[in-house]
Design a protein around this ligand. Structure first.
Ligand code: CAA
Length: 380
């Protein structure tokens, strides 16, 4: 077992770290405060190749492995989890989904723009009545020969307004249950497509989250992904990889909060010495360090499993379940180490604590991860 990163991995990690410190850190507090999307920063991330890292080079992607992707996700998330969720959805749900299951025409038309950051993608599965229970799709896509007519509402969609292309999951044949679900590529400008109001969120406030409404949207048949009825499997397979990206995001939030807490504890004095010299604080730092290292091993294991075509449904769910708990615990403790200053926006850790919460909810709640894990270990 080799725990060493390759030179290329280190280069990618360092490039992401530099970008995060130089381009994302300035203004991160204000963007969170004003719920402002990091438009310029995401454009630059596209130019640097961070928006389609794993996609095929022939469609403009970086052709990199999942390990590279999670290293970059971790670094970006240490500074700005709003930017990293945009990156994660675009990379692991939209680009990976299209690259793996789309046909040549779809990739040429859409993927080439998504990998370079020229366009941004969204993944539309959740509905007002179908969050965790993803098979209960109420959005319908009725077959009309050479096109489908799409009707329904999607909720909590990341990149809801910013996206140009939307991967939409909908029910075509209700009798066939999940085997009657399809996935479609929908363009923003199509008639009948409406973007609902922006959600006012606890965390990741720089990302734009909206409900979307489809009123008799005409979708050409060539925009269906895969065979008729493949939509639910498409969503599940794509989300299995997406969960590794969110696990890396959680790891990054935890790492960012820990680094700030460590630094602060070496500077802040109380009772005549730096607070890191008090066991009450030193033990918190020790616990944070151990849990982050354990989360990193799980995240890397899942990434390596995906790169080696292993069972990353299980390892990805384990990584997300654990890393998101670590993000929550570490960020709460980082606020505690900062004391009164931790409650103030200027010190960043309160934002990280708010950002951490969503990693236990999106791309499958922690409870859903436990369903995936328990089914996998029971059924083998
Ligand atoms: N890969 C391939 N196929 C899979 C699969 C996987 N990982 N997981 C399930 N399936 C298949 C099953 O094999 C089954 O197909 P067959 O009948 O042909 O065998 C079918 O899907 C239905 O599976 P289940 O019977 O297990 O379905 P279920 O209803 O009992 O539970 C679930 C499935 C795991 C709970 C699923 O509903 C789920 O993952 N829910 C959570 C949804 C979710 O993660 N939403 C996130 C929204 S996207 C988002 O958050 C993005 C963002 O903006 C950041």
């Amino acid at each position: 077992m080799d725990f060493k990163l390759t030179e290329e991995h280190i280069m990618i990690r360092d490039a992401a770290r530099d970008f995060a410190n130089n381009e994302l850190l300035p203004g991160v507090i204000e963007r969170d405060d004003k719920q402002e999307f990091p438009t310029e920063q995401i454009k630059k991330m596209g130019e640097l190749g961070f928006m389609g890292m794993m996609a095929s080079p022939e469609y403009g992607g970086g052709g990199m492995d999942t390990v590279s992707y999670v290293l970059a996700m971790e670094e970006i998330s240490k500074i700005d989890a709003s930017a990293s969720v945009v990156m994660s959805v675009n990379n692991s749900l939209v680009c990976w989904g299209l690259d793996t299951f789309g046909n040549k025409e779809q990739k040429e038309k859409y993927l080439t723009k998504l990998t370079t950051g020229e366009s941004i993608g969204a993944f539309c599965l959740s509905e007002p009545e179908a969050g965790s229970d993803a098979t209960s799709q109420q959005t319908t896509a009725i077959d009309h020969g050479d096109h489908y007519i799409l009707n329904g509402t999607k909720n909590w969609i990341t990149n809801g307004r910013t996206a140009d292309f939307y991967l939409v999951i909908a029910q075509t044949d209700r009798e066939k249950k999940h085997k009657g679900i399809n996935a479609f590529i929908v363009e923003k400008t199509w008639e009948g497509f409406e973007i609902g109001p922006k959600e006012n969120k606890l965390g990741i406030r720089g990302s734009d989250t909206h409900s979307l409404v489809f009123n008799d949207v005409k979708v050409p048949k060539e925009n269906r992904i895969g065979e008729d009825g493949f939509g639910f499997k498409f969503a599940m397979k794509t989300l299995a990889g997406g969960r590794i990206g969110i696990a890396a995001q959680a790891l990054g939030i935890a790492g960012g909060a820990y680094e700030l807490a460590l630094k602060y504890s070496k500077e802040r004095k109380a009772f005549g010495t730096e607070i890191c010299n008090h066991q009450a604080i030193a033990f918190k730092l020790a616990d944070m360090h151990v849990s982050i290292e354990a989360a990193r091993l799980l995240v890397m294991k899942a990434a390596v499993d995906k790169d080696n075509n292993g069972n990353y449904d299980l390892s990805g769910a384990m990584a997300k379940l654990y890393a998101s708990q670590v993000a929550m615990d570490v960020s709460v403790e980082a606020v505690q180490v900062h004391g009164g200053n931790g409650f103030v926006k200027d010190y960043h850790v309160e934002r990280m604590m708010r950002d951490a919460k969503i990693t236990q909810i999106y791309e499958g709640t922690s409870e859903i991860q436990k369903i995936v894990i328990s089914r996998s270990i029971i059924n083998g």
